[in-house]
Design a protein around this ligand. Structure first.
Ligand SMILES: Cc1cc2ncn([C@H]3O[C@H](COP(=O)(O)O)[C@@H](O)[C@H]3O)c2cc1C
Ligand SMILES: O=C(O)c1cccnc1
Length: 338
């Protein structure tokens, strides 16, 4: 199924976002108030349980079917030496994901999530964003739909992540374009660039903004000009998840940057998303603040691949285990507080 037939369908979906099921959320809140603990004593775990209840439409939300969707794409701008690694690492890592040898394989197994790897046209890198738009309209739409195709309404929680050598450069360009600020505030060391590499990366972001800035009129056009296939796929998955009432855990800097153009068009888009962690990439803390996210974890991770989301999924599991499994004051014959 193609979720978005054309750019207009994408725009329409973004303009008409469904909200959470407030009745289910209220039912979950009354259950929570009756559980054998001082009110509020499970802190953010309580908020997470209510968030999940609202988006799943269940008083006792589930974490049985968790899917990590990992999108991969290649980037023309990588030829400018903006990454510490060569572009062929993208497809080599996709092979590694299939063989079970990457960090995300271990972390997804540790928290019992299904792992879906979606390489998108790896043999056709996007155009260099310093020279022209990253993608043609049809290519961007196809990438957005590849992201949307990873979403099913029966998923309890969707983790999103990416792999694409060079992709912190388009991510930084998107942030600088939509959120403002200097290229150097958004361009970080990525996979471990040295000082000269960092200068090349900042220059690439400046050139991309000078070329595309005024033409980035809305979410689709910003993703098409400055993004990449895996970035557009994440944006498509976030929007499709909202349409299907599937809660989302966003991974790191690149994943967050994919949401930034959507949030400029409709700030409500972040409602069904949690930020898994604050990565060590330079611009991530500022990005999270701009989107209004308070990340679940701060572990100085800077990997991508949905790795931070897979760790944070354990916290969501814990929140739901307490919410569904605890006894009420009445059931346990424990005296209630004042
Ligand atoms: C072996 C390896 C595994 C990775 N897994 C994720 N990334 C991460 O690094 C890349 C972004 O950083 P930059 O913009 O500096 O290239 C993305 O592929 C991201 O997912 C990796 C990078 C490498 C080298
Ligand atoms: O924040 C991230 O997820 C990240 C940072 C650097 C490189 N790859 C991913």
């Amino acid at each position: 199924m193609t979720r978005f037939r054309d750019r207009a369908a994408f725009d329409r979906a973004l303009a008409a976002l469904p909200g959470p099921d407030m009745l289910a959320r209220e039912a979950a809140a009354s259950r929570q108030a009756s559980l054998t603990k001082p009110a509020g004593s499970l802190g953010r775990l309580e908020e997470i349980a209510l968030f999940m209840a609202g988006w799943q439409g269940r008083e006792r939300p589930r974490a049985e079917r968790i899917r990590a969707a990992l999108f991969a794409g290649n980037h023309g701008v990588a030829a400018r030496g903006v990454s510490a690694f060569p572009p062929e690492v993208t497809s080599q890592m996709v092979a590694n994901f299939h063989n079970g040898g990457a960090a995300i394989n271990a972390l997804a197994a540790a928290c019992g999530t299904e792992l879906m790897i979606v390489p998108i046209d790896l043999d056709r890198p996007t155009a260099d964003i310093c020279d022209g738009p990253a993608m043609a309209e049809a290519e961007c739409l196809a990438a957005i739909n590849a992201g949307a195709a990873a979403v099913r309404p029966d998923i309890d929680l969707l983790l999103l992540g990416e792999m694409g050598i060079g992709n912190t450069t388009p991510a930084a360009a998107i942030c600088a374009q939509v959120l403002g600020g200097e290229a150097k505030q958004w361009a970080g060391r990525g996979t471990g660039l040295d000082a000269r590499g960092l200068e090349r990366k900042q220059e690439a972001v400046r050139r991309a903004l000078a070329l595309h800035g005024e033409a980035c009129s809305g979410a689709f056009e910003t993703l098409r000009r400055l993004g990449g296939r895996e970035i557009a796929a994440i944006a498509g998955a976030v929007l499709a998840a909202r349409m299907d009432h599937v809660p989302v855990l966003l991974d790191g800097f690149i994943c967050g940057a994919a949401v930034v153009p959507l949030a400029r068009d409709n700030a409500e888009i972040t409602g069904h998303c949690l930020a898994a962690h604050c990565s060590a990439e330079a611009g991530h803390a500022r990005l999270l603040e701009a989107l209004g996210f308070d990340p679940l974890l701060r572990l100085d991770m800077r990997l991508g691949e949905a790795s931070g989301a897979a760790v944070a999924a354990q916290i969501v599991r814990s929140a739901l285990a307490a919410h569904a499994g605890m006894a009420t004051f009445a059931e346990a014959a424990v005296a209630g507080g004042l």
